[in-house]
Design a protein around this ligand. Structure first.
Ligand code: 56B
Length: 313
C-alpha cells in the first residue's frame, strides 16, 4: 500500500481541481485542524456491520461472501433507489437460501437476469454486464489458482494485508484500480483494500481477519468519503469542479478531476492520522477513520457526490 500512499501524495501536491487543507501552501489549515480538534484524539467508534446487513458465520463461507461482495462493490448511484445495503443484504439472503450460490463453478455461470434475481432487484443493475463479467472472473481465477475458495487466497498471505492486496490485484484484473495522472501511474486499489478491511472487521481481527499490518491500508477512495471531506472543509474544490458536482454532471473515469477527488481523499486521511498522532499521541488506523467518515456520509442523503461510471468504486 506504499504505492497507494505515495502516488496519492504525488497527486495531492500536483493537483489542479482539488486541494487538501493541510501542509499545502495554497490553502490555510482550518479544515483538518478543526476536525482533529473536534474529535479530540478519539474517532467516533463505528461497529463494522452496524447496519446488520452482512452474512457472517465465522468460517470460510463468510470469506467467499465478502470476496463476492467486494467484487461487486461499486457504482450504485445511477439507480436512485439502489445502494450498498441492497447488495450486501441481497447477497446475504442469496447465500442463506443456497449455501452453494457462490461456489466457483456457479460464479462463472451467472447471467445478468440471474444476478438481478439473486439480489431480488426488479430491473437491470447499474453496469450489469460489468458486474457479471467480474463475477465470472472471480469464479474462474478462484477455481484455477485457489481451489475455488477465497479462504485459500486469504490463508496464502501469512496474515499480511499488504500481501493480500498484492495477491488480489495480481490474480484478479478487475481489482486493478489504477490510472495514469499527468503521466504518473496512480494506485488506489479501493475494492482490494476494502476486502481486507471487511475481513478484519467481520472477523474482529481474528482468524481470517488477523493482519499484523492492518495499519498499512489506506482509506477506500469511493464517492461518499470525498464528499464528506469536502463538507468538513478538509478538501477544497475549484469552482468549476464544485459546479459539475452540484449539477450532477458526470466526471469521466480516469480524468484529472476524478483521480484528484480520490487521491486527495487518501492523502487527506493520512494527514488527519498524522495530526491526531501529533496532537494526542494516538495511532489511529485509516480504516477506522474511513468507516467513521463513510457512515457520516451515508447518513446524510442530501450530500452530493461526484458521479463517475466506474467499476472500481
Ligand atoms: N470508503 C468506503 N466506501 C464504502 C464503504 C462501503 C461499505 N462498507 C461496509 C463494511 C462494513 C460497514 O459496516 C460498511 O457497511 C461501501 N462503500 C462505497 O460507498 C459507495 C456506496 O454508497 P451508497 O450509494 O450511498 O450506498 C460505493 O462507492 C461503495 O463502494 C466503506 O466502508 N468505506
Amino acid at each position: 500500500m506504499d504505492d497507494v500512499r505515495e502516488t496519492s501524495a504525488w497527486v495531492a501536491t500536483h493537483s489542479s481541481h482539488v486541494l487538501v487543507d493541510s501542509s499545502d501552501s495554497r490553502v490555510n489549515n482550518a479544515g483538518i485542524e478543526k476536525v482533529v480538534e473536534n474529535i479530540q484524539g478519539s474517532i467516533p467508534k463505528v461497529e463494522w456491520d452496524y447496519e446488520g446487513i452482512h452474512y457472517f458465520d465465522n468460517g470460510p463461507l463468510s470469506v467467499q461472501y465478502l470476496f463476492v461482495l467486494d467484487a461487486l462493490n461499486f457504482c450504485f448511484w445511477p439507480d436512485k433507489d439502489l445502494n450498498y445495503d441492497h447488495l450486501a443484504s441481497g447477497l446475504k439472503a442469496a447465500l442463506q437460501n443456497d449455501k452453494s450460490a457462490f461456489d466457483a463453478d456457479r460464479l462463472q455461470k451467472y447471467t445478468g437476469p440471474e444476478l438481478r434475481e439473486l439480489l431480488k432487484w426488479p430491473r437491470p443493475l447499474p453496469l450489469e454486464d460489468e458486474r457479471v463479467r467480474l463475477l465470472h472472473e472471480v469464479g474462474f481465477e478462484l477455481e484455477r489458482n485457489f481451489g475455488g475458495k477465497a479462504s485459500n487466497l486469504v490463508e496464502s498471505c501469512g496474515k499480511s494485508a499488504a500481501k493480500l492486496v498484492a495477491l488480489v490485484t495480481r490474480h484478479f484484473a478487475g481489482f486493478r484500480d489504477h490510472s495514469v495522472y499527468k503521466g504518473h501511474q496512480v494506485f488506489l486499489y479501493k475494492r482490494a483494500q476494502i476486502f481486507v478491511a471487511d475481513l478484519w472487521g467481520a472477523f474482529k481481527g481474528q482468524g481470517y481477519g488477523e493482519f499484523y499490518d492492518i495499519g498499512s491500508i489506506t482509506m477506500f477512495a469511493d464517492y461518499v468519503v470525498p464528499a464528506v471531506l469536502e463538507q468538513l472543509g478538509v478538501l477544497k474544490y475549484s469552482s468549476r469542479l464544485a459546479n459539475i458536482i452540484e449539477t450532477n454532471n458526470e466526471i469521466s473515469s480516469g480524468s484529472e478531476e476524478e483521480v484528484e477527488l480520490r487521491a486527495c481523499s487518501v492523502y487527506a486521511v493520512e494527514k488527519m492520522k498524522e495530526l491526531i498522532r501529533i496532537k494526542s499521541g494516538k495511532q489511529v488506523l485509516s480504516v477506522e477513520l474511513d468507516l467513521w467518515l463513510w457512515s457520516v456520509g451515508v447518513q446524510c442523503p442530501a450530500l452530493q457526490h461526484h458521479r463517475t461510471l466506474s467499476i472500481y468504486y
